[in-house]
Design a binder for this molecule. Structure first.
Ligand SMILES: Nc1ncnc2c1ncn2[C@@H]1O[C@H](COP(=O)(O)OP(=O)(O)OP(=O)(O)O)[C@@H](O)[C@H]1O
Length: 253
């Protein structure tokens, strides 16, 4: 007997949030009379493989908090988060590091290791994954060239400009070819030309199947990735409550 060939398309949804809420400083079981205000409320959306998303919204809207949920630094107070098809909320803590390794993060404050050179900072995820040294050296050299820092490989973070540190942080987040790249204001410290270049590079990651989520205040950045989808937060809520994502608006001239 032959096995029938399935005609069901392979799902490309890699992240799904359903009615997610977040309060800081309270356990989910705490009585509501003791609860701090909800920072994020009724957040529902899904992210597709290889797609680029901008997350926008005014300061304090909850962008960083939403990213923290996405890269599993924070558990929600309510709702469901599915990552790579698995429920990330009830997942045992022991499984979290394996999932986190599939997510590259560019932090707003870079978080470079101060006593390591630029090259050693970029190499960290590959060393943790146990790759052979020759492979690590080649990947690190390629990544530093990718962000225009080939000549600063041996520099320590304190001797780099803010924009150079930001580019090292980007190289470190991308070097292990993550399934998801999450970046919080990744161009806040670079000049407009470098911002354009970095957005072009981020935009090209979709061809490798990487899903990119960039949080930014910078409306001009939105025009730099024409194929990007947009998620807009305001006061802790996604503006479109159904989570349907739209193309970025035109920035007024
Ligand atoms: N660890 C925390 N404990 C308590 N409240 C927090 C914590 N982190 C953030 N908040 C609050 O959550 C709200 C959303 O903050 P968040 O940093 O997510 O916003 P944001 O949109 O990223 O802002 P910005 O663009 O200024 O970085 C703010 O009111 C902030 O004060």
């Amino acid at each position: 007997m032959t096995t029938p060939i399935s005609t069901t398309p392979i799902s490309t949804t890699i992240v799904q949030f359903e009615n997610v809420g977040l309060r800081y400083g309270t356990e989910p079981q705490a009585p509501s009379s003791y609860a701090s205000p909800e920072i994020l409320s009724d957040i529902s959306f899904s992210l597709q493989r290889g797609t680029f998303y901008f997350l926008t919204g005014p300061s304090g809207a909850g962008k960083t908090s939403l990213l923290r949920l996405l890269y599993l630094a924070q558990r929600p107070s309510r709702g469901i988060i599915r990552l790579f098809g698995e429920d990330a909320v009830v997942m045992p803590r022991t499984r979290l590091p394996g999932f986190r390794r599939r997510i590259g993060v560019v932090f707003q404050d870079f978080r470079l290791v101060p006593h390591l050179s630029a090259a050693d900072n970029v190499a960290l995820p590959l060393r943790i994954a146990g790759l052979p040294t020759a492979d690590i050296d080649q990947s690190v050299a390629e990544m530093l060239a990718w962000v225009g820092l080939a000549d600063r490989a041996h520099a320590r973070p304190a001797t780099l400009s803010g924009g150079e540190q930001q580019r090292v942080a980007i190289a470190r987040a991308v070097v292990s070819r993550p399934d998801i790249l999450v970046a919080d204001e990744p161009t806040g410290n670079v000049d407009p030309d470098m911002a354009d270049r970095l957005m072009h590079l981020f935009g090209s990651l979709g061809n490798l199947g990487t899903t990119v989520v960039v949080a930014t205040h910078d409306l001009h950045l939105l025009t730099r990735v024409p194929h990007a989808q947009m998620m807009q937060l305001d006061g802790g809520r996604l503006l479109d409550p159904t989570g349907v994502l739209r193309n970025p608006p035109q920035v007024p001239a």
